[in-house]
Write a protein that binds this ligand. Structure first.
Ligand code: ATR
Length: 275
């Protein structure tokens, strides 16, 4: 996806994968900066570790407490910090700036692919683990009107409800299933990843025909049993590939300062994931 984006922008850059042990992350970040890397992405468990390692934190990283994108900056001769790659030579002072592009990707993907207006939305959130918590907080931050939280371990849903109430007073939050029609169901559980997995919700307590749209954060398989059942019930559906795409398109924009070639990146991503 990133290499397709770079090619479409005509940049002679490469996106490469490196395996780094968590204890080596400080040295790896410092080394990448000194090697003149444009920036990098981090995945678990490095997203949380990097939060306290980068020298500057963008508001997006501060808000989510995690860093998935780093931009390296250098101090120019005019005394201002610029993207490292924009400066000639190897500047004496370099620093890392951390961003989080995951959270915005959730709401962008849901808006674009399901045409759901998130402000004022009534949403059933399934799952209160890492992915479910981030999605629920983002949906609350977007101004959802009511959030219902369902999780196998109810205590985690209770804790998440408390956290949302403390941070977003305007959002009504309940643990359990809604009655009546809602705008959106989001699956943030891992149910659907493995063949034969059960549905992540109890359709006797919440019939999917009561939902306008269903978003499954899982993207492999492309159609989970939940998305199949939702389509049969007449809901608009989308899988989690758009989230993966948009955390990447935003990262590319941070590194380059240019609009990401979204169509080319989506095509490359679909080819890589579903080929
Ligand atoms: P991630 O970081 O991918 O979100 P996680 O934090 O382990 O991973 O969360 C996994 C989510 O899937 C949790 O909501 C989990 O429910 P619990 O909090 O009760 O563990 C949910 N989950 C996983 N397996 C499940 C199953 N067999 N039935 C119902 N929920 C399940």
């Amino acid at each position: 996806m990133q290499n397709a984006g770079l090619a479409a922008l005509g940049l002679n850059w490469r996106y490469l994968a490196f395996e780094v042990r968590p204890e080596d992350l400080p040295a790896a970040l410092a080394g990448a900066a000194r090697l003149g890397f444009v920036g990098l992405n981090l995945t678990v468990p490095h997203k949380l570790l990097a939060f306290s390692l980068v020298e500057e934190l963008d508001a997006s990283a501060r808000e989510w407490g995690a860093v998935n994108t780093v931009l390296f900056e250098g101090l120019g001769s005019d005394g201002s910090w610029r993207r490292l790659w924009e400066l000639p030579g190897a500047p004496e002072r370099v620093r890392s700036r951390g961003f989080n592009t995951d959270a915005d990707a959730i709401s962008r993907a849901i808006r674009e692919e399901l045409k759901v207006e998130l402000r004022g939305a009534r949403v059933l959130m399934l799952g209160a683990g890492g992915a479910g918590r981030a999605a629920a907080l983002k949906l609350a931050a977007e101004g959802g009107s009511t959030l219902w939280l369902v999780n196998r371990t109810q205590g985690k849903a209770d804790d998440l409800a408390k956290e949302i109430r403390a941070k977003f007073a305007g959002v009504e939050t309940a643990v359990g299933y809604p009655t009546g029609k809602i705008d959106l169901v989001v699956n943030g559980t891992s149910l659907g990843l493995k063949p034969g997995d059960a549905l992540p919700l109890d359709t006797a307590r919440f019939p999917l025909s009561n939902a306008g749209a269903v978003y499954d954060m899982i993207y492999r398989p492309a159609r989970t049993p939940l998305l199949d059942a939702a389509a049969k019930a007449g809901c608009r559906t989308a899988n989690g590939l758009g989230m993966l795409l948009h955390q990447g398109t935003r990262a590319l924009e941070i590194w380059t300062g240019q609009a990401a070639p979204v169509a080319e990146m989506r095509k490359a991503l679909e080819g890589a994931v579903y080929a």
